[in-house]
Design a protein around this ligand. Sequence first.
Ligand code: ZN
Length: 319
Amino acid sequence: MNKQSLSRRTVTMSLIATALSVVLGGFSAQAAALKVVATTSLVADLVQSIGGDRVAVTSLMGPGVDPHLYKPTAGDIIKLTRAEVIFYHGMALEGKMGDLFARLSRQGRSIHAITQNLPPEEWIVPEESPQHPDPHVWGDPRLWKTCALKVQQVLVQLDPEGKELYLAANQQYAQRLEEWMAWGKALMDRIEPSKRILITSHDAFNYFGRAFGLKVVGVQGISTASEAPLADIIHVVDLIREQSIPAIFVESSVSPAIIRRISEDAGVQVGGELFSDALGASGEKGSFESRSWDLGTYAGWLGHNVSTISQAMVPSNAP
Ligand SMILES: [Zn+2]
């Protein structure tokens, strides 16, 4: 054996050793963690926030994915059947996954809708479809607290040893939500009252609007599955002109075509892209005034949206 092949062999051996230690190290770190599969990035982030190191969370939908239209892949089914616990949003947000959830439940899987404990009096129910309450409850941090509590309860039940940690994490999370709520409300209050109208692609911001004092107009309705009728588009254009609305917004998980068209017809600027049904990319940072955030978290969802709206709607806040 010559020197070159020996050194190559040494390199190969050390690579194998490294790979083994990664696998074994990974295995020992993961062995204790509860294997969780979450449907949307928002649900995954919530479970991670409450579960900390005791959970290993996999999200089926990544940044920019529309949950109303998402169809589970063969790979998703494998992930779901291997999970120790499954969390989904519920309220028919995952519009194409209802049958799958029912089947998994019948099979005796541990599967939970995080919105299950929301009191019906908190629901926003559209007049045109009274059977389908609006699912976009994360827009209101106080309702998201109820969802966090549901996650905490399930985790305590499945992993009683982690009870103290889950309770403490939930308490801390609830407090942070209150702080974000107060910060966001103060920013929205800077918008001139007659212009507190949020116009976006689809009706994802009704709870957000109720929590932060904005009237909300979603051109496409509650689900992205339907297209906006022409009459609705004309109505929105008229509204923008009558109220001199300074900006309208596109969404990260919905096609911007209709909003761009309204922007041209009404002569109003597109004030930026809001996160509606999905979080942004994990690790990407944002900030405004005293607050900063990671776009892959709920704080990032709220911080980005509130600051984007504020900068477009309040002239003195513009960058
Ligand atoms: Zn939506």
